[in-house]
Design a protein around this ligand. Structure first.
Ligand code: 6PG
Length: 249
């Protein structure tokens, strides 16, 4: 667990972790399969990755960009995770269009978009179970990850790689990777910042309660690494001993 003193440190270290994962992936198997998360937290990280120092240290021709989830809106909609990533990063780096695997949130019904994405992953991984090198996750204030919200059907999926998910509390449809795919990643990087997450982070990281109350607690990669990168505000309600245990930037 890494505790960043401030927003700048949070974003900088996140970018450093991306570079490390990319270098390891190129070394190990010649390409970097990088799965982006949506929401607002990662935007500054994506913008930093588009800056020369970081941009020049990623081999974009051998980088594949996936999405962990998508809202069921057109790719031009301000709600689209793809649009956020494209504006912040993808349009600013020499990443070949064919290397961007966008979830087609605009397809109806959403299950068709999920099926199409699963087909594209099957082609990418040549039928093998997806092994993502670095999978980014944010955490919602209800402990959701990707579009795996508490008490929703998608959380129970154990066979499919990608599913549509109805999120009643938001009156919205989503497309999301499932837990088996998330847990098969070589590395999951949680990015959590801000006071608004302090309450749920305190609950998620508690050791005295079963680790099954929140979707974020179900992320325990089969053989990979799970790294939590949090800022001080997000950890502000955690007990001192937990904050002291974190690696301080
Ligand atoms: C999405 C994300 C979602 C996000 C959390 C946290 O589509 O919204 O994939 O899982 O990571 O909701 O969002 P914030 O970073 O905006 O707090």
């Amino acid at each position: 667990m890494i505790l960043a003193r401030d927003a700048a440190g949070f974003v900088k270290h996140g970018a450093q972790l991306v570079l490390e994962a990319a270098a390891a992936a190129y070394r190990d198997h010649g390409r970097f399969i990088f799965c982006l998360t949506g929401g607002s937290t990662p935007k500054k990280l994506y913008e930093l990755l588009a800056e020369p120092y970081y941009k020049e240290r990623i081999d974009w021709a051998n980088t594949i960009v996936l999405f962990g989830d998508e809202r069921c809106v057109p790719p031009t909609d301000d709600q689209s995770n793809y649009k956020m990533a494209k504006d912040a990063l993808l349009s600013k780096v020499p990443l070949p269009e064919k290397n961007i695997f966008r979830m087609a949130g605009e397809m109806t019904p959403p299950s068709e978009g999920a099926k199409a994405y699963e087909q594209s992953l099957k082609a990418l991984f040549k039928g093998y179970f997806p092994k993502i090198d670095l999978l980014l996750l944010g955490v919602g204030d209800d402990g959701h990850i990707a579009s795996l919200f508490p008490n929703t059907e998608a959380l129970k999926e154990t066979e499919k790689w990608v599913v549509a998910n109805r999120v009643e509390k938001l009156s919205s449809n989503r497309i999301t990777l499932t837990l088996p795919v998330i847990n098969n990643a070589r590395r999951v990087l949680f990015l959590v910042s801000g006071e608004a997450k302090a309450g749920v982070i305190k609950e998620i990281l508690r050791s005295d309660l079963p680790k099954t109350r929140f979707p974020a607690q179900l992320v325990a990669t089969y053989e990979g690494e799970v790294t939590w990168l949090l800022d001080k505000a997000a950890m502000s309600k955690c007990p001192d001993e937990l904050r002291h245990k974190a690696f301080h930037l």
